[in-house]
Design a protein. Sequence first.
Length: 138
Amino acid sequence: MDTTLAALVRERARSRCEYCRLPEAFLAIPFEIDHILAQKHGGPTREDNLALSCFYGNSYKGPNIAGVDPASERIVRLFHPRRDRWSRHFEWDGATLRGKTAIGRATIVVLSINNPDAIAVREALIEEGVFAGGPDRG
């Protein structure tokens, strides 16, 4: 991936994970450029298929494009940062991310967004006043 495309993805995301909204500046591990539809599934390296992701979320997501909604137990697609509106699928309950839809709930599970370490980091950032989930950017 060329540096111009990577810079565009970072700028568009305002250096926040496009799944959990964590700001990159407060983590020691650099964020990664995620292929929303993985290359192994034919996903292209194009601006409309790329998202900025924290290392943890991206490593859990891997090539997954779907997950199981814990409420309905149905297989649903994962949140797509280029096509879906974040606020339609997610909402904050303190440092815990809640899924408002089957897509949101499945994404939270697959990316392990509410694992205890992630919640602890978000709680610390909230206490420091540097994290509140971030504004809805579409």
